[in-house]
Ligand binder design. Sequence first.
Ligand SMILES: [Zn+2]
Length: 87
Amino acid sequence: MVINDLKQTCTLCGGSGRLAGIRNMGIPQINPGGQCHRCRGRGFLLTELGEDLVRLLRPFVEEMIAEAMPSEPARREEEPDEEEEQE
Ligand SMILES: [Zn+2]
């Protein structure tokens, strides 16, 4: 298995991840962000095999990240106590 089995260069942006314009229903339009919408600026797309691999590895990667992070007790997002005044 080689990396090219997992991803392929985005044909829309040619691997640059950038697009100056986009075609919407055949009409060329300016692309505001300049980012390729097909590959989301990555310049490549995952193949089906790549997607499978990502799905397979994701739980392990999340575990690794959780272990690498300094352990902190499960904390809740602090919410301000004050409620909006109602009239
Ligand atoms: Zn692209």
